[in-house]
Design a protein around this ligand. Structure first.
Ligand SMILES: [Zn+2]
Length: 134
């Protein structure tokens, strides 16, 4: 997925603001390009897991539809572990197989890492992120 550098920076900023809890949000896009970032609340307010607050999910998916975008990605942060889906993340993805899963790791505070994956039928695969100038 092509993604504006600004959006990657915004994901890192959101992750840092919510730390030590995990943050989460949705990304609208079209034709393999991320176009809009939507911050959401982590229903669990937890450092170990996330779930997009159901009210936010409803509101944001409505906005995505209104803009003619698709739900291109779901992002969340790992404040202490690497940028790789946990078993909890894999379980959560069962209901939403299509979007990319972006994970921002703050494990090395000086070097935040954002990576993207597809998670389908329990299988995790690396998905490329191609930063583009905004
Ligand atoms: Zn996770």
């Amino acid at each position: 997925m092509r993604i504006p550098r600004d959006m990657l920076d915004e994901i890192v900023a959101h992750s840092q603001e919510e730390a030590p809890n995990e943050c989460c949000g949705l990304i609208g896009g079209s034709n393999g390009e991320a176009t809009t970032l939507y911050r959401a609340r982590n229903e669990f307010e937890s450092p170990l897991r996330y779930n997009v607050d159901p009210r936010d999910l409803l509101r944001i998916t409505g906005e995505i539809e209104d803009r003619g975008e698709e739900l291109a990605g779901i992002y969340h942060s790992h404040t202490r572990s690497e940028a790789y889906p946990s078993q909890t993340d894999v379980n959560l993805a069962t209901n939403w197989p299509d979007p990319l899963y972006l994970i921002c790791s703050l494990a090395d505070a000086d070097r935040p890492v954002v990576r993207a994956f597809t998670i389908r039928e329990g299988r995790i695969e690396d998905a490329g992120l191609e930063p583009v100038e905004s």
